[in-house]
Structure formats: structure tokens, C-alpha cells
Design a protein around this ligand. Structure first.
Ligand SMILES: O=C(O)C1=C[C@@H](OP(=O)(O)O)[C@@H](O)[C@H](O)C1
Ligand SMILES: C=C(OP(=O)(O)O)C(=O)O
Length: 425
């Protein structure tokens, strides 16, 4: 794909459904009794991988354009898949589903694409093994493919070294099947969609500070779920609206759960003109329309407990920082190295190729704003967040920016390029 400088962005956009919430709706729908109807489900490749895995375990899932119906079979209703489960590019599917598989009375193997086969799974293998499951990394490297031998689990109190909703959710979902309560404490609070949705489906779960505790053996009942727009997808438009001069964008129906809203807080702290309108609630998840206007920005330090609330937005925040006065320091974000790509290295290399002043650190980046960006030929490294972040950078660079392997936006936002183009038509 090619991108050139634009003079302004204007208009309204409705963001597709949240990826994290869409995954969880399939999983909890499958484990519930009765029918779950999901509207505004994200039709991205990652969520389609989750659907495919649960269909292979005997769950009837009907996916029409904007609504997904899941005929749940209750906590003990899954059946052994006849083949290895393919999670595609989805870390969320791999880790959270492993928590469910760890408790089944059958053995499962799962694998995914080359990126998934490099992502660390020790972080779920360790706690699920402590609960009594047997999980083997088939190539003995701590990554997928995984062989999961389910068994009777015991509840644990686990202190996680990383603030990761995937780790937390894997353990909590395994805890549904365990003997006794299961709790997870994390260094700071990660996204809490599993906790919110589990409660909505009838589960018993409590949160106290950074610890979530689940009671086993609930009767979960199918529900109607309306998925809010994904704030991680909205982030590209929030940033584009702030940095492209003369812009005004209304980004509609976005999930603003406080465990996900770090991008809004950071943009406002940098001086961004952002207004939340029409604040609402969708099955326990807060939503709003976001009005963004071009703004003069100042660099800030971003670190500590805000990091898990904007982890997937750090690539686009690195682009934003190029247009802020002074220095922006991103720290405590070493997790970026183990996403679909090493997002610290890829952002620093791409921004440097565009003439930005940026330096990688062990756990983040330091970006000094003020230099104008030049077009470059960039590779997404098959990472959707990188492709979308540098498409936005391309709107502010002199010349024509080319993004190779740009089709990977399909993972989380299949209509991204056409939605972006509408705003500068
Ligand atoms: O639970 C989830 O839905 C997700 C959690 C985050 O990963 P970690 O749990 O590894 O931080 C995030 O990066 C990912 O895109 C989705
Ligand atoms: C890291 C991401 O997803 P996952 O871990 O599910 O692959 C992402 O969407 O940026």
C-alpha cells in the first residue's frame, strides 16, 4: 500500500468490534448453557481463528456478517477435536484457550503461524501446570506447537510476573473447572474483559486491587453481547486526527473501559484536544464517541501502571511522539518485544527510515519530536499494528510511503485502509 501527505482529515467513523471482547464472547458462549448472540463481532482473522477452534471442539457457531450465534454446551460440553487446532496469528486465542483446554478430559494439540511459534508460552505453561495440567512445548522451546493433556485441576493463588490479560484469563478460565478458588495477582491491572464478561454470564468473580478471584463450577448462561468498537483500532484515528493539521474526527461507539483507555489519557496529557461524548454502557463495558481535533502536542514520560492499558497502542504512540515538542520517553514496555513482531525494534527502524529522532531502550523508546518525516519503503513484518501505525505516519510524510506486507491489517481491522481513505477523500 502507498500513502502520501494529506492536508486534513474530516468526518465520522464507526470502529469495528473489540478484538479482546469478541474472542471472549466465543469462549464464554461455548462454555454456557443456551444460545449466545454476539452483535458487532470483529470479523478479523484472529477472532475467526477462535471461532474455528471452538467449532472443531463441537460447538455450533453461526457467523453472519454482523452477528454471531453460539449454541453453548455448558462447562463440560466440548469434544476432542479430530485435528491439531490452528490459532493462526492470535496470541489471545493460544493463551486463553489453553486455560480451557487444560481442564478437558481429552488431549489437544495447537499451533499457529511462524510468529505464534516464536511467542513465549512458558507464562501460561507454568501456572496451568501448577494447577495440575500437563502442557508440553513440542519443540521444547517454550513456544507453540503445544500438546495439552487436560486433567482434574486444583485452584491456585498465582502471582504473575507480567501484567498480562492473556495469562490472567487463562488461569481464571482454568479456575472455572478447578477444585477450590483460583486467584491471580499481577504487577498492575491488565484489561479486565474476562472478569466483566464472566460476571455477565453468571460466573462468580471478585476483583480486589490487582487480584482477581474466581469461584469454580458456575452455571454459565448464554447471553446477548453487544461488542463495543475497539479502542486499539480507534487509536489510529485518534492520533491521525491530532497530528494532521486542520482535522476534526468523530470516532463513534468506542469501548473506553478504564483498563484500556491509556491512549486517551496519554493524548490528553500531551495536550491533545479530545472530548468524550455520549458516554454509555454495553453489557458492563463503558463506551463513548470520541471527538478529536488537531492539536499542539508536548512530549511526556509514559511508564508504570499505564503501560498495560495502552500496550497495543505503543506503536502508534511512537508515531504521535514525532509530532510532539520535546522528548517522549516510553518505558516499562519490554512486553513489546514479544508481540507479533519485536515492536520496539520495528518502530525504531521504521521511524529512523522516515527521518525521526528515535532511540531504542531495553524497555521502550525515546523519541524527540520536531523533525519532519520523509517517505520510506517500510515492511510491516506481518504485524497489523505496525502496518496501521506507519500508514498514519505516511499521511504526514513528504513523498510516497510504501508499506510492504500491508494486508496483515486483516488480523484486527480488515477495512482499515478504506475507512482511513474516506476521511481524506
Ligand atoms: O487479553 C487480550 O485480549 C489481549 C491482551 C494483551 O496481551 P497480553 O496479555 O500478552 O499483554 C494484548 O496485547 C492483546 O492484543 C490482547
Ligand atoms: C498482541 C496482539 O494480539 P495477540 O497477542 O492476540 O496476538 C495485538 O493485537 O496487538
Amino acid at each position: 500500500m502507498h500513502f502520501t501527505k494529506v492536508s486534513k482529515l474530516n468526518g465520522e467513523i464507526t470502529i469495528p468490534g473489540d478484538k479482546s471482547i469478541s474472542h471472549r464472547a466465543i469462549m464464554l458462549g461455548a462454555l454456557s448453557k443456551g444460545t449466545t448472540e454476539v452483535s458487532n463481532f470483529l470479523q478479523g482473522a484472529d477472532c475467526l481463528s477462535t471461532i474455528d477452534c471452538f467449532r472443531r471442539m463441537g460447538i455450533d457457531i453461526n457467523n453472519t456478517a454482523n452477528s454471531v450465534t453460539i449454541k453453548g454446551k455448558g462447562l463440560l460440553g466440548l469434544t476432542k477435536p479430530s485435528q491439531i487446532l490452528d490459532v493462526g496469528n492470535s496470541g489471545t486465542t493460544t493463551r486463553i484457550m489453553s486455560g480451557i483446554l487444560a481442564a478437558q478430559s481429552f488431549e489437544t494439540s495447537l499451533t499457529g503461524d511462524t510468529s505464534i511459534q516464536k511467542r513465549p508460552m512458558g507464562r501460561i505453561i507454568e501456572p496451568l501446570s501448577l494447577m495440575g495440567a500437563s502442557i508440553t512445548s513440542i519443540n521444547n522451546n517454550g513456544c507453540a506447537p503445544l500438546l495439552i493433556r487436560g486433567s482434574k485441576l486444583n485452584g491456585i493463588h498465582y502471582i504473575s510476573k507480567v501484567a498480562s490479560a492473556q495469562v490472567k484469563s487463562a488461569i481464571l478460565l482454568a479456575g472455572l473447572f478447578a477444585e477450590g478458588e483460583t486467584s491471580v495477582s499481577e504487577p498492575s491491572v491488565s484489561r479486565n474483559h474476562t472478569e466483566i464478561m464472566l460476571k455477565y454470564f453468571g460466573g462468580s468473580i471478585k476483583t480486589l486491587g490487582t487480584t482477581a478471584t474466581v469461584t469454580p463450577n458456575p452455571v454459565l448462561t448464554g447471553q446477548k453481547v453487544t461488542v463495543p468498537g475497539d479502542i486499539s483500532s480507534a487509536a489510529y484515528f485518534i492520533v491521525a486526527g491530532l497530528i494532521v493539521p486542520n482535522s476534526e474526527l468523530l470516532i463513534k461507539n468506542v469501548g473506553i473501559n478504564p483498563t484500556r483507555d491509556g491512549i486517551i489519557r496519554v493524548c490528553q496529557q500531551m495536550g491533545g484536544d479530545i472530548t468524550l461524548l455520549n458516554i454509555n454502557d454495553k453489557n458492563g463495558e463503558k463506551t463513548a464517541d470520541i471527538l478529536v481535533k488537531s492539536s499542539e502536542l508536548t512530549g511526556i514520560e509514559i511508564g508504570g501502571s499505564i503501560i498495560p492499558t495502552l500496550i497495543d497502542e505503543l506503536p502508534i504512540i511512537s508515531v504521535l511522539a514525532c509530532f510532539a515538542k520535546g522528548k517522549t520517553m516510553i518505558k516499562d514496555a519490554a512486553e513489546l518485544k514479544v508481540k507479533e513482531s519485536n515492536r520496539i525494534d520495528v518502530c525504531v527502524n521504521n521511524l529512523t527510515a522516515m527521518n525521526a529522532n528515535v532511540k531504542a531502550t531495553d524497555d521502550g523508546m525515546i523519541i524527540t519530536g520536531g523533525r519532519s518525516l520523509h517517505a520510506a519503503v517500510l515492511d510491516s513484518k506481518l504485524d497489523h499494528r505496525i502496518a496501521m501505525s506507519f500508514a498514519v505516519a505516511g499521511l504526514m510524510a513528504d513523498g510516497t510511503t510504501t508499506i510492504k506486507n500491508s494486508e496483515c491489517v486483516n488480523i484486527s481491522y480488515p477495512t482499515f485502509y478504506s475507512d482511513l481513505a474516506k476521511l481524506h477523500a
